[in-house]
Design a protein around this ligand. Sequence first.
Ligand code: PMP
Length: 460
Amino acid sequence: MTYQNYSLKQLQQIDAAHHLHPFTDHKELRSAGSRMIVRADGPFIYDSEGNEILDGMAGLWCVNVGYGREELAEAAYRQMKELPYYNAFFRCSTPTPILLAKKIAELAPKGVNQVFFGSSGSESNDTALRIVRHYWALEGKPEKNRIISRKSAYHGSTIAGTSLGGMDLMHGQLGGAVPNIVHVMMPYSFELSLPGESDHEFGLRAAKAVEDAILEAGADKVAAFIGEPVMGAGGVKIPPASYWPEVQRICRKYDVLLMLDEVITGYGRTGNWFAAETYGIEPDTITTAKALTSGYLPLSALLVGDRIAHTLEEKGGEFHHGYTYSGHPVACAVGLANLEIIEKEGLVERVRDDTGPYFAKMLKERVAGHPLVGEVRSVGLMGAIEIVKDRATRERYLPAGSAAVMVRDHAVNSGLMMRATGDTMILSPPIMWTRDTVDLAGERIVKALDMALADLRKRD
Ligand code: PMP
């Protein structure tokens, strides 16, 4: 029986009775009902009421080539018929993960040539944490195991992912974090820069927090620094240009490994295959997932730099770690077909040279001057809009986050899927967007802001 045999109401009732959702207040879900997305095509998703919604979030930062790609469905179908599954344990292999690993290594920054597959960004960050600590143990420094991360970072929802991340609400429900992970300030100038401090100075100060944490522990106790090149779920926080070069200099000075979490930024979002290139970072590990298959199937890839890979191979023996679906043949076939689409259509270059700058211009010219907007920022096709009550003082509406939720609800009702994180609106559209799609998004953003402003004037 297909879902078409059920009414929306029936589906919502079954959803409430049996389906536990991620990041959801189930009591609220039960009273309000869920929005049912039933199909999608190109840049649009459609709900059960037939509403067409422009997907400004690419699902959850992942559907980079857009919806309805026959090539991806066919790649999965062909692989499923030929070999739906075999594992990569115990010296076995299958062809598609081999070819995908080679392809990723070709696209990756220099000095990064090995790939470990999983099914999610969280899993891959678990793997990264284990590999980095294992590396130092193999190098005879087991006590060099502290990880430095940032407040408001998002690195996933497993125990290790949550521990690496810097989300207070998640830590509050963790019941015991992975030990020896500390969180320093984030490079978020809109809220954290001091009066009179330039962006450049702020970036250096935020990087200095990493050095302070290293000095506090002692460099011989610090394994690695982990960071998203651009913090995503935490509110598309784009660091000043001075930040990453300084973080990299500090990591090198104290021989601290650099772990990049490119689960959002990997495979084109910032206008390069990896944001490592956008920011001139030479990482030791890169966590990727999401856009690797454009979300058509779950797949993650941890990219491991030569330094770690060499030690693991030469001194490590068997690495006692792996997932049933590490190197899943069907997911990897879809990954290969997806990267081929991105290459063939020149989507990375398009973001860098055309749609990225056009998106920035749209935000600046159409959105930045709105009375509700304190700042717009973007890199490639990833952007944020800060919602404020007072543009001059950056005062927010109270209760915190309430104004952004209004903007979001009006946006969705006006046909644009956009997310609210605290008082920040975030956008991360498919990288197949064209100038026309950017224009359509611009229209709907302004409409949502106007409607929210009218509501807020009535409310306050
Ligand atoms: N790292 C980052 C930067 C992410 O944005 C996410 C997911 N939003 C993850 C890790 C976790 O990925 P997953 O949900 O696939 O486990």
